[in-house]
Design a protein. Structure first.
Length: 278
């Protein structure tokens, strides 16, 4: 397989990955409506993904250096705990359309931070203008052609933090992918995501309700989030970042809110109203 065909496959994998991620809002909202909090949903999906990762990556326990181990911790914190908590909390206090659009700034943030800190991925005017026009296009679809944007400072700020965390996560991956396998990095991201969410439960204890967890709608959506949207999608995404680079990979994030709108409409879940996750 030549290099061109190989890269094309990774572009297709990136598209499929973000399409799956675009459907996760519906699953998350269903779980919230059934009594789970965002922190509990994140914990369960990452624990499930981490356990399953041991079936394909269990030989290597630690990174080759303390610096790399610290970078893996940062990856789990940025791409896991902080990203999911800020995004899901924002969904509880501002419009989902706002969250979708603001999180879509992550490709621009990734390109800018890559240029600022690493300078090894091209940051051209064409890339910037293309990303900006894509963001406008997504905004027009999300807001149905209306430029009336209901501002919620805290919720919108948290959405921006989520976008920034995902940009940092992708750049951290590029620091590690030449020295470690995708499976090892992904497993460590899940591990440190779990470890860094635990302090949250000191303030809001983890609630375990076996009767709730045995409900098909609950375990079915947790299975989807943990196995499909976390284990498989994080592996595929991390592999795409390794092959295509952080900037090119994150450009597909623009697809996420469009898929979310479609799946929400199909499932009769309205995302134009703010949801209370707590």
């Amino acid at each position: 397989m030549n290099a061109t065909k190989s890269r094309l496959i990774f572009h297709l994998i990136a598209i499929v990955t973000v399409i799956i991620w675009g459907t996760t809002f519906v699953s998350t909202k269903i779980l919230i409506q059934n009594g789970l909090t965002p922190s509990e949903i994140f914990f369960y999906r990452f624990v499930l993904a981490y356990i399953c990762m041991w079936s394909i990556s269990r030989k290597k326990f630690f990174a080759n250096s303390i610096k790399d181990e610290f970078l893996l911790l940062l990856a789990g914190l940025c791409g896991g705990t902080i990203y999911f908590l800020t995004e899901n909390t924002a969904l509880g206090i501002t419009l989902a359309s706002n969250v979708s659009l603001i999180v879509c700034t992550s490709p621009i943030l990734t390109a800018f931070l890559s240029y600022l800190f690493k300078r090894n991925e091209s940051f051209t005017r064409h890339l910037f203008y293309g990303s900006f026009m894509a963001l406008i296009g997504v905004g027009l679809v999300v807001f149905n052609g209306s430029f009336i944007l209901k501002i919620n400072p805290l919720g919108d700020f948290l959405s921006l933090i989520a976008a920034l965390m995902w940009a940092f996560y992708c750049l951290i991956l590029k620091q590690l992918d030449s020295r470690y396998s995708t499976a090892f990095i992904t497993r460590k991201v899940f591990f440190y995501g779990i470890m860094t969410i635990l302090p949250v439960f000191l303030f809001r204890p983890l609630h375990w309700d076996i009767s709730l967890m045995l409900q098909p709608v609950v375990w079915g959506n947790l299975f989807f989030l943990g196995i499909i949207a976390s284990m498989f999608c994080f592996i595929s995404w991390n592999a795409c970042v390794k092959e295509l680079g952080a900037v090119q990979s994150t450009s597909y994030i623009y697809i996420v809110p469009l898929v979310t709108l479609l799946t929400s409409a199909l499932s009769l879940i309205h995302i134009s109203e703010p949801t209370r996750p707590y």
